[in-house]
Design a protein around this ligand. Structure first.
Ligand code: G3P
Length: 221
């Protein structure tokens, strides 16, 4: 079964503009095919990253709009033509309603973008599974950016989410996020049934990003 390391660049200074490109190159250099490493990047950095790193890249968001009058929105076709493989929706820092998600999932399917939906709890994970996304990332907001991972603080949430999501659609890939910092956070998340992790500060804000990345990758072995 394929395993995933999603790296959310958010809007950290360390992962914006030229620094985003350097970070994507670093991720690309560590990619050996065993774990799918996916940078999740700002819309403005997409094109340069997709043309300089040999990884599948996700956008941080799209809007469910069509070509036309939609000032300030992120058009799925533009994201696709900038080389994105997929997009995240409903991250805890950019939440949207289920009606928005329904339309956005449809637009992603029309444009050929993979979709990762983020769920803040079990209830929302069950609601989102009905939309049949490719991935659901379960991330308790209170643990995001902290040093205690969801694998330690709330392991039951991971196993319960995997069961509940797969009861609705067994093809959805469940990912664990929030506070993931080391190899044991990763291996516990995998043991509990998820197929990968969604990490931000553990890599982006690390003093030695390469070391942090290697440490996390070692949790998949
Ligand atoms: O999208 C992943 C993110 O929200 C987790 O952030 O800093 O806890 O790894 P962090």
């Amino acid at each position: 079964m394929k395993q995933y390391l999603f790296v959310n660049f958010k809007t950290y200074e360390e992962s914006t503009g030229t620094k985003a490109v350097s970070l994507a190159k670093l991720l690309s250099a560590e990619f050996d095919g065993s774990v799918e490493i996916i940078p999740v990047v700002q819309a403005l950095d997409l094109k340069e990253i997709t043309s300089s790193a040999s990884l599948k890249v996700f956008a941080q968001h799209i809007d469910p709009v069509f070509f036309g009058s939609n000032t300030g929105k992120i058009l799925p076709e533009a994201v696709k033509s900038a080389g994105a493989f997929g997009t995240v929706l409903n991250h805890a820092e950019n939440k949207v309603e289920n009606d928005f998600i329904k339309k956005a999932v449809q637009r992603c399917k029309e444009t050929g973008l993979k979709i990762m939906l983020c769920a803040e709890n079990l209830k929302r994970a069950k609601q989102l599974a009905v939309f049949n996304p490719d991935f659901i990332a379960v991330e308790p907001p209170e643990l995001i950016g902290g040093d205690i991972s969801v694998s330690t603080a709330n392991p039951k949430l991971i196993s319960d989410s995997v069961k509940a999501i797969h009861k609705i659609n067994k093809n959805i890939i469940v990912i664990t996020g929030a506070g993931v910092k080391n190899s044991s956070d990763v291996s516990k998340a995998l043991e509990l049934g998820s197929q990968g992790v969604f990490v931000a500060s553990g890599i982006v804000c690390a003093k030695d990003k390469q070391k942090a990345l290697k440490e996390l990758i070692s949790g998949f072995k």
